[in-house]
Design a protein around this ligand. Structure first.
Ligand code: NAD
Ligand code: TYD
Length: 351
């Protein structure tokens, strides 16, 4: 595989995957297809945009004709599919947008791949990037999500991702589409849109704004540094057998309120505030509707079969992440001022 289509490459995880592939594989041609929704930001790829093996294409994965054209024009033989609506709170407000992008978008990409690769499936690969949220919510501390855990999505977001996973497997079973599928836990690190817990709270600590903790802050998430997720995608994309599924996670569970306390302590130290200074910002608010209690991934299969393990301890990763957001105030301000999309569209549309 040499001509790789990465969808959603201007988003949080996608930008790290694009960077890894462009720099690690100079003989590949990387096509980053992104609609540049509110979450897409080409500033995430400033250090990559001049590389000879990188090309940005602005487009919507729901546009089947465009997908067909891209497969034909660029002789795409590998796909890493990340484009999606990704925020649970937004899915509660507008589930239709999630069905459209995540289900119909994935379906149109699958259809284009199937048509383009008909009769020549050998050496092709469709890597679908999904979430552990498709497994639903864990209610006792001994349980972990395994690749064999039955799907039980609880939010409109996870229902749309579960549906997209089913379509990927259905295309594998019905048309012989060569696929691999990964279900990853919560990612953290640079470039994440400040609607998600970690970047939102770091930004609010800096600005002395309230930190809205949903419910009692007792929900548990399993956090993985985003570059380790990108490394896992690289390993699985290249080394996994067709039709395999891998769970990706860091064995790193945190109760929200404990994680928030670590963030406050670290940010206050870096900002030169006295210890405990930002504790007063913690504000308990109404819980998220249908809030999943606990996610926890068992990534043993990936470790045993393909040798992947996280490279970064959480303490190191969270410190690095907090420093990145505090150091990159302009990145944050561009996003929160709402002007970056128009600006970057004019800047990069014709590249
Ligand atoms: P993100 O919201 O930061 O980025 C999504 C990207 O997709 C954006 O650049 C956006 O412009 C683009 N996009 C959205 N709709 C599109 C469309 N119709 N056509 C083309 N591009 C479109 O998301 P993320 O957090 O980077 O997540 C990437 C993928 O990884 C998603 O599929 C998500 O479900 C999955 N995932 C995320 C996490 C996490 O913790 N963030 C964990 C596991 C899996
Ligand atoms: P989030 O980053 O939205 O990821 P996900 O819902 O996909 O796990 O939220 C992580 C956890 O933090 C989740 O339990 C919800 C909680 N949360 C808050 O308590 N307050 C907030 O403002 C946000 C955005 C999330």
């Amino acid at each position: 595989m040499k001509n790789i289509l990465i969808t959603g490459g201007a988003g949080f995880i996608g930008s790290h995957v694009v960077r890894l592939f462009c720099t690690k594989y100079p003989d590949y041609k990387i096509y980053n297809l992104d609609k540049l929704t509110y979450a897409g930001n080409l500033e995430n790829l400033k250090d990559v945009e001049e590389l000879a093996n990188y090309k940005f294409i602005k487009g919507d994965i729901c546009d089947l004709e465009l997908m067909r054209q891209i497969f034909a024009d660029y002789k795409i033989d590998g796909v890493i599919h990340l484009a999606a609506e990704s925020h649970v709170d937004r899915s509660i407000k507008d589930p239709f947008a999630f069905a459209m992008a995540n289900v119909m978008g994935t379906l149109s990409l699958l259809q284009a791949a199937k048509e383009a690769w008909a009769g020549t499936m050998e050496g092709k690969r469709f890597h679908h990037v999904s979430t552990d949220e498709v497994y639903g919510s864990l209610h006792n501390e001994e349980e972990f999500f395994l690749e064999t855990t039955p799907y039980d999505p609880q939010s409109p977001y996870s229902a749309s991702k579960a549906s997209s996973d089913h379509f990927v497997r259905a295309f594998g079973n019905t048309y012989g589409l060569p696929f691999v599928l990964t279900n990853c836990s919560n990612n953290y690190g640079p470039n994440q849109f400040p609607e998600k817990l970690i970047p939102l709270f770091i930004n609010n600590i800096r600005n002395g704004k309230p930190l809205p903790v949903y419910g009692k802050g007792e929900n548990v998430r399993d956090w993985l540094y985003v570059v380790d997720h990108a490394r896992a995608i690289d390993t699985i994309f290249h080394d996994a057998k067709n039709g395999e599924t891998y769970n990706v996670g860091g064995f790193n569970e945190w109760k929200n309120i404990d994680l928030i306390k670590v963030m406050i302590k670290t940010a206050d130290r870096i900002l030169g505030n006295p210890e405990g200074y930002s504790d007063k910002l913690i504000t308990y608010v109404q819980d998220r509707a249908g809030h999943d209690l606990r996610y926890a991934i068992d990534a043993t299969k990936l470790n045993k079969e393909l040798g992947w393990e996280p490279s970064l301890q959480f303490e190191e990763g969270i410190e690095k992440t907090i420093r990145w957001y505090l150091d990159n105030e302009e990145w944050m301000n561009n996003i929160t001022s709402g002007e970056y999309e128009k600006y970057y569209l004019e800047m990069y549309n014709n590249k």
